[in-house]
Each structure stands twice: as structure tokens, then as C-alpha cells.
Design a protein around this ligand. Structure first.
Ligand code: AMP
Length: 116
């Protein structure tokens, strides 16, 4: 069952794609949580981090070099940014196609909401 991200990667539904190569696609998050909020997604559908395979290490490492490049292009390399990968329910994952959030352009605050 293809996810909405697979359809974006295949350009079957619209998105603001900022980068694409044979391994990954990056596009603007539809509900941005910071001035820069981009999702970097493997073109192959991996549901969660739990499903990652050793032979995918090179491709998954490529997510980081693409993140670095996009951060520089968006002018947030020096001010800094945060990379987030959510996994399953407790991690807050909503789309079950592994993806890295690239967030920046403002002070992002603590990594997690403080416990009550
Ligand atoms: P996560 O909670 O880590 O699974 O993140 C899923 C992200 O996908 C959320 O930040 C959503 O705003 C984003 N999202 C969902 N649908 C779309 C879409 N069609 N285009 C761009 N971003 C989307």
C-alpha cells in the first residue's frame, strides 16, 4: 500500500519538492513547525526505523548529506537546525514511510516538551 510520500516521490500528487535524486526526495512539510521544515525521504518505502536493513546504510547516510546541503541552501547551516526521525506511536510517527524532518530558522527550544 503506497503511502502519501510514495505518491509525492512519484510526482502523482503535488508537493514543493526541493531536491530529488535516485535515492532520496526532499519536500516542504505541509504543516511547517518552523520557518524551514523539510522532509527528507528515501525513495524506497521503509515503514519505520525498525524496518531498516544493513544494506540500506549507505542510502540512509545519504539523508544526512542531503540534509546538510539543504540546510546550507536555506541559510540555516550557521544558525543551526534539528533533524528528527519519529518511530511509531510513542515517537509520534504519522506517516509510515521513514523520513527525516529538517527544522530550523528559529530557536527550536527543548528537544522534548517538559513533563507535567
Ligand atoms: P511524522 O509525524 O514524523 O510521521 O511526520 C509526518 C509529517 O508529514 C508531518 O509533519 C506532516 O505535516 C507531513 N505531511 C503529511 N502529509 C503531507 C503532504 N502531503 N505533503 C507534505 N508534508 C506532509
Amino acid at each position: 500500500m503506497p503511502t502519501i510520500f510514495s505518491k509525492i516521490i512519484a510526482r502523482e500528487i503535488p508537493a514543493q519538492i526541493v531536491y530529488q535524486d535516485e535515492q532520496v526526495t526532499a519536500f516542504k512539510d505541509i504543516s511547517p513547525q518552523a520557518p524551514t521544515h523539510i522532509l527528507i525521504v528515501p525513495n524506497v518505502e521503509i515503514p519505520t526505523v525498525n524496518d531498516v536493513q544493513p544494506e540500506q546504510e549507505q542510502m540512509l547516510g545519504h539523508l544526512f548529506t542531503v540534509a546538510r546541503q539543504i540546510a546550507a541552501e536555506h541559510g540555516i547551516a550557521e544558525s543551526g537546525y534539528r533533524l528528527i526521525i519519529n518511530c511509531k506511536e510513542d515517537g509520534g510517527q504519522e506517516v509510515f514511510h521513514l523520513h527525516m524532518h529538517l527544522l530550523g530558522g528559529r530557536r527550536l527550544g527543548p528537544m522534548l516538551a517538559k513533563r507535567e
